[in-house]
Design a protein around this ligand. Structure first.
Ligand code: GDG
Length: 743
């Protein structure tokens, strides 16, 4: 309305001005037309009068002539008629002949443009025609015509003109306003669609956004620009933050305003075990737990996990919840109970005999059984129900962890359509050909695409996932934005390299490095100054422990001088012992250590000490601090946190990290000695290099690695995901709002 007034009023004024300026021109033009008409009319009248007038004059009937003239002037336009027999004397005329028209001054009206006479009666037109006869050779007829009708008509014309321009203004304004309104709405709809990231690019799930082809060429660029600006803003924000539990809490408060956060994982962060009549609390050996635990301490949500400890049921409340950490409770664990069959099918079967080898290129064949799959589906459903029952709001943020819960994102969405589901896949994602082995390939992919955000450690895992989706299911993949649109929903596939808490907990590093060196050597019957290497892993075939031992064997073959002067301690936490492949692997690792020790032990300590038992984190750190090097030889590893923990443990800036090129960590820690674990000679050379590396070089390398881990710590990992989730929630809310406004 405001727009219309702003536009219409000036337009009307302009047109009125034009009408005002044009009117005199039109006046002049019509006047000249009318004068021409009057001239020819006068000629006609004169011709008509000629004969009867001559007759009257010849007969000398003056009175009759005047009467004849009077009759003629009954015509409303013929105002007066007169006859001058000679240039002197009085005219024989009607009474209406103006006094200015005199016989002695007829020349005044003779010119072609001198016909006008202003009088009290209005404007008059005077025509003088020669009308000679024998009796009056200089006779002249005077015709005076009334011109007031011209003035009347001119006034009427001016009025019509004015109305015409006003009408024109109204019509032009109306058309312009309609066009402006239509195109404004079109723009608004178009820009709205662009901002929604919908419509113009025809993304499914966009609702009925209008298809405006004119916008298409710019839509992609605009979207990219918005994304770039967003990610620029993010990375600026990210870099400006010192990532710590406090900053993470501040983000949760500021960006998510204390929203409901739920974590779901198979493994629980604290396990209650019965030892005789005592209950012990254990922290499991798990990279996922290592990463998520400090996050949960920072944001105090609910962690839903399988209650696997022998005393777990004894310590929960009636809702199956227990507050942890035991010394200083900061968040809740909600335990989900699984039967032996469920655990066998879901955990040991589908997850660890199927998906785990499927996703790792470690040359162990995946085994898929339909019974395992059924349990996997049922347990995922059970956890989805647990999420729904733990949710305090209808739109919680749910962080789904790992390959045990590929179906959970979709199931959560069925229970809580407004939830923001962030799924993180802690292990690699294989290429499409490898993944195609899985008989429930499509169901797994569709389950994962229930996530709002799907995270992997590296870009190549993201690429593999997107390629797999593109190959096997009917989804729209956008490689610019790295999003997948499936079933009317969008999943952002993002790289979030995981890390560890920084700085490490004070308790982990409180014992001085020299003390750690001596106590660990003492503990393992090694002489002081004895060279020590460590490996810390779950006893898993993907960790390359066999290849590690082969490299040690090769080192001793190539450099026998190290025999008796160097020992490698392998801390191997038992894991998935119910699976035959793991039992065989453990047997193989044990046998190999025994064989190598048999081959290379002289009088001194053995080259390999194998500790197949669980260690507390503090003990693990003591090993890290005591060692000259740490060897991570995974055959394939999503990230590998041991590498980062070793770096974090070395606040003395000493120690060498030997790191497999097949870990995600190798992309972040190039200052490590990067090796191919399948190449025993290369690994042996790296071992030798590590054992002989000057302290200065160790320090230079270690400082760079510590800088990276400090900067890209686990709080940043979680913070980035949560910031992305917050941005996504803001965008969704805006879309809902603008969608409503459109309706
Ligand atoms: C998966 C991915 C990814 C080991 N032994 C003991 C023990 N550990 C701790 C280590 C470390 C953790 O376990 C192992 O973490 P990793 O990252 O090396 O490996 P996964 O368990 O396979 O983890 C992996 C990770 O998820 C996170 O996303 O990095 O790629 O495979 O923290 O110190 N801890 C205790 N006792 C032990 O005996 N307490």
């Amino acid at each position: 309305m405001r727009l219309s007034l702003r536009f219409v009023l000036p337009l009307m004024l302009v047109l009125a001005g034009i009408a005002y300026a044009v009117a005199p021109m039109v006046d002049r033009l019509t006047l000249s037309w009318f004068v021409r008409d009057l001239d020819s009319r006068a000629a006609l009248v004169a011709n008509t009068l000629q004969e009867p007038l001559q007759e009257q004059l010849t007969a000398g009937r003056k009175a009759k002539t005047i009467e004849f003239f009077n009759r003629m002037t009954r015509d409303e336009r013929l105002f007066a008629i007169g006859y001058c027999a000679a240039p002197t004397g009085k005219a024989l005329a009607t009474r209406s002949l103006p006094a200015e028209v005199r016989c002695d001054e007829l020349k005044r009206w003779a010119g072609p443009s001198d016909h006008l006479l202003a009088s009290d009666q209005g404007p008059l037109h005077v025509t003088v025609k020669r009308m000679a006869s024998d009796a009056a050779p200089e006779g002249q007829l005077v015709l005076v015509q009334d011109m007031s009708f011209i003035t009347r008509r001119s006034e009427e014309t001016k009025q019509y003109l004015f109305y015409l321009f006003m009408g024109l203004a109204a019509v032009v304004s109306l058309i312009t306003v309609i066009i402006a309104q239509l195109s404004w709405r079109g723009w608004v709809a178009g820009v709205r669609s662009l901002l929604h990231g919908e419509g113009l690019l025809r993304q499914p799930g966009s609702g009925a956004a209008p298809d405006l082809p004119g916008f298409k060429p710019i839509a992609r660029d605009l979207q990219r620009l918005i994304r770039d600006l967003e990610s620029d803003a993010h990375s600026r924000d990210e870099n400006q933050i010192t990532w710590s539990p406090e900053s993470l809490r501040a983000i949760l408060r500021g960006e998510l305003r204390g929203e409901d956060i739920i974590v779901v994982s198979n493994r629980e962060p604290y396990v209650h075990q019965r030892r005789g009549d005592r209950i012990e609390v254990q922290q499991p050996a798990s990279g996922l737990v290592t990463a998520m635990e400090p996050i949960m301490r920072a944001c105090s949500g609910t962690w839903i996990a399988h209650g696997s400890g022998s005393a777990d049921r004894d310590v929960v409340d009636k809702h199956d919840r227990v507050a942890v950490p035991p010394q200083k409770p900061a968040y809740q664990i909600r335990r989900v109970w699984l039967s032996a069959e469920e655990e066998a099918g879901y955990y040991y079967g589908f997850a660890n005999e199927g998906l785990w080898p499927l996703c790792h290129i470690a040359h162990v064949r995946p085994t898929f059984r339909s019974g395992d799959w059924a349990q996997y589906v049922a347990v995922n459903r059970k956890f989805a129900k647990a999420v729904a029952s733990e949710a305090k709001t209808k739109d919680p943020i749910v962080l789904v962890q790992d390959y045990h819960f590929a179906l959970l994102p979709k199931m959560i969405r069925e229970e809580l359509p407004d939830a923001t589901v962030i799924a993180f896949w802690h292990i690699p994602w294989p290429n499409p050909e490898s993944f195609a082995i899985c008989p429930w390939r499509d169901e797994v992919l569709e389950g994962m695409l229930g996530s709002s955000i799907l995270g992997f450690h590296t870009q190549s895992h993201c690429n593999n996932f997107v390629d797999t989706v593109d190959r096997f299911i009917e989804a729209r993949v956008d490689r610019d934005s790295f999003t997948v649109s499936f079933g009317g929903r969008l999943t952002a596939v993002r790289r979030y390299p995981i890390s560890i808490a920084w700085p490490p907990a004070a308790a982990m590093v409180e014992k001085a490095v020299p003390d750690c060196r001596s106590s660990i050597r003492q503990l393992n019957d090694l002489p002081p100054g004895h060279k020590l290497g460590v490996g810390v892993d779950r006893l898993d075939y993907t960790k390359g422990i066999v290849e590690r031992f082969r490299a040690i064997e090769r080192l001793l073959e190539l450099n026998p001088g190290w025999i008796g002067r160097f020992t490698f301690v392998q801390v191997a936490a038992p894991t998935r012992a119910g699976i035959e492949e793991y039992q065989q692997h453990e047997a193989q690792v044990r046998a190999m250590a025994t064989r190598i020790n048999g081959r290379f032990t002289r009088q001194g300590p053995p080259p390999i000490v194998l500790k197949v038992e669980h260690h507390e984190p503090r003990e693990v750190y003591e090993y890290f601090r005591a060692a000259d090097f740490c060897f991570v030889s995974s055959l394939h590893d999503g990230m590998n946190l041991v590498a980062k923990e070793f770096v974090a443990a070395r606040d003395d800036d000493c120690g060498v990290l030997i790191l497999s090129q097949f870990t995600g960590a190798a992309r972040e820690l190039p200052e490590a000695l990067i090796v191919n674990p399948y190449d025993a000679d290369q690994c042996a050379a790296a071992l030798h290099l590590a054992l002989t590396m000057p302290a200065e070089e160790q320090r230079d390398r270690m400082r760079l690695m510590r800088g990276l881990v400090a900067e890209f710590n686990v709080f940043r990992w979680a913070g980035r995901m949560l910031l992305d989730a917050a941005a996504m929630r803001r965008r969704d809310r805006l879309n809902v709002k603008t969608g409503r406004a459109e309706a």
